[in-house]
Design a protein around this ligand. Sequence first.
Ligand code: SF4
Ligand code: SF4
Length: 290
Amino acid sequence: MSAFGQPSELGRIFNVQRFSLQDGPGLRTTVFLKGCPLACAWCHNPESQSAEPELVKVEGRCIACGSCHGLDESAACVDACPTGAQQLLGREVSSAELMEEVLRDRPFFEQSGGGVTLSGGEPLLQPAFVLQVLAELRRQGIHQALDTCGLGHREDLLAAAALSDLVLFDLKHMDDGQHRAWTGAGNGAILANLEALGQVHGQIWIRVPVIPGVNDDAANLEATARFVARIPGVRRLDLLPYHSTGAAKFRRLGRAYALEQVPAPTPARMADLAGVFEAHGITTTVGGHP
Ligand code: SF4
Ligand code: SF4
């Protein structure tokens, strides 16, 4: 049972990360939910994309003992492996269990002005669970942030946003074809959702991953800035420089990583790009640090 006297909703998560400084104000506990409607080529958390638990093999830990050979169930492989080379990512929790876990960090939230961020994956794929967790966090007086890629049902987005002190909203590309090519889906519903959200929520931070050769050209950045500048609820925009931390995770999942040769943008380049947005009157950070 949840504290409301309703049955606890079940959700599927793959990580709870404590003491994060990048997912909203103060020290945060970030809950990563499993499942995403996008498949971004640069994704830092490719293990989040599938809604199902996934078996991964950790490089360098396999001693070729053969214990897992012939087993066709993921959980059996994990149980059989003596070295931890086989791991199953993703677990089911109830909202009550998750609340118990995150409330341990309440003193850190109070000292730092932090709170809890629901991220992923895409939280809007599990609306009943997310709404129950957000409502409970609000009841407990804990600052809450929703981190969304923006692709979800409009009513779920607006309902979750109404229970969130802050919405972190990702924008990846303004060109529909390029968006589809790099993320697997067009941007029409995302942009329309942001426009609707911006009319009713006053604390939106836009997050733009800067991927050299993908979305850092002048035309795209200018189009992004023009679009964002006319959304009333946007308070700031974070430019997040590309880095290749997702590459090893793609390998563990047995998937190809398309951006192997892409260099991280330099601090000077990021500062130049921030200027594009500031010229439109948008408060802009590099890396989420004001
Ligand atoms: S929206 Fe985020 S979690 Fe989903 S695929 Fe893209 S980068 Fe990964
Ligand atoms: S059980 Fe683990 S260590 Fe043994 S072969 Fe399988 S993955 Fe390698």
